[in-house]
Design a protein around this ligand. Sequence first.
Ligand code: BES
Ligand code: MN
Ligand code: ZN
Length: 492
Amino acid sequence: MKVKIENSNSSKKKTEMLCGFVLEGSDKILGLNKINSKIADSIKQSLKDNNGEMGKVTIVPTNKKILAKRILLAGIGKKEKITNDTIRFVSGKIAQKASELKLKEFSIITPPSYLIEPVSAVSQITEGCKMSLYKFDKFKSKQETSTPDLSILVSNSNKISKAIKNSEIISDGVIYTKSVANLPPNECTPSTLATFSKNIAKKNKMKCTVFSKNELEKKGFGGITAVGKGSKNEPKLIVLEHHGRRSNEKPIVLVGKAVTFDTGGISLKPGEKMDEMKFDKCGGCTVLGIMKAVSELKLPVNVVGIIPSVENMPGGESYRPGDIIKLYNGKTAEILNTDAEGRLILADALAYGEKQYSPKAIIYFATLTGACIVALGTNVAAIVSNNDRLTHKIKESSKRTTEEVWELPLNDDYMDMVKSDVADMKNIGIGRAAGTITAAAFLRNAIEETPWTHIDIAGVAWTQGATKSKPYNPKGATGFGVRLILDYLQKI
Ligand code: BES
Ligand code: MN
Ligand code: ZN
């Protein structure tokens, strides 16, 4: 899909579909000032039917009376209820309609600036349309052939073309994350992720280092190697570096859990929905998508992406409940459940990130705990942090991107819950109590002093039963976190 802006008198635009937003109860298409009287009546008629209801789209045929083949009315609801997501959401509906009608192109009229700031409007239109047209059909014999191109009609194009370019890169980052995360576990192993990372690094001039199983063992990555032992697909630690600033400036480190398949290991999971554990690599995929976009946007910050990747399998070589392992930072962990594997590979990656880069902040993503879904459901991610300023910034970005987060507490009582009788810590808490927080408590032991934010995306990384349906999040991986962190990095 190509996106372009046009400074145009929208009523005279030649297009297969001229799309405009409509406020609830209004009898006008926003931003369309004059329209040929020959079809004004049929528009009025259709507006009665559409009524500007949020998300409702209505087609009005123009019968060749104007240059546009058809008009689409897209309801955006009440003015007071418009949020950051409204235009993104409704644009997604429009794009899906265009695709359903198999159009080659369509045009959207930007709403007037008194309603939404123009740069924000075109960004949301671009993101909503692009993200909604992604489809995971790689493994279908017949694929969708092409997606329609979009013209965004504006009254003043200054500043705006840069915004579109930005939004295109950001949406492509999200789409990339989704397309890797959706890959089945037989097609995406730790070494596949390493290859993808190297390819992106090469294209976008980033440094990429991949540690093999041997190197991981030698350097003391006890968590990654223990979890990786049960699988024929060897573990990898992937490190991507984007240098957008003076090289001595401290970077932001992003870490993402990439378990390409989580069976639970010897503490085997039940069979129901186990297929969904291909999504246990989503944290790593999010980091990969962010790094791709960061380098394409050429953001003036130093950013390091670290992706510990393993497959958690049961077998003769697997690590076991009862094992005691030594993590990268020298601390020991008693394994009481091999299904609590994410925190072990993350502990290694976090300690490595802090030691190697002395970062300004560490932000890490993981589909870490089922308890997170119990606590917050499937539309909000859990965050835990040791730094209020960082949390505030993440929350501000979250408001802008509508990737929702909610903070959970972490005090010393929770730290006590992961203390072990025989080692420095144990890899589970006490029963089912506060499962999301005890995972964060375990990981608090991996970082010494750097400000950090832990983001548990177990509920939001892919669409599940209770996920709110959005046109730009079709079934499968959502790419949660990519837009959030790109917003954060752009505002630093
Ligand atoms: N990847 C899972 C968490 C998960 C489960 C995410 C379901 C999304 C949906 C993680 O590795 C895991 O198995 N966690 C255990 C931890 C427990 C053994 C302390 C869990 O949540 O049950
Ligand atoms: Mn697990
Ligand atoms: Zn897992």
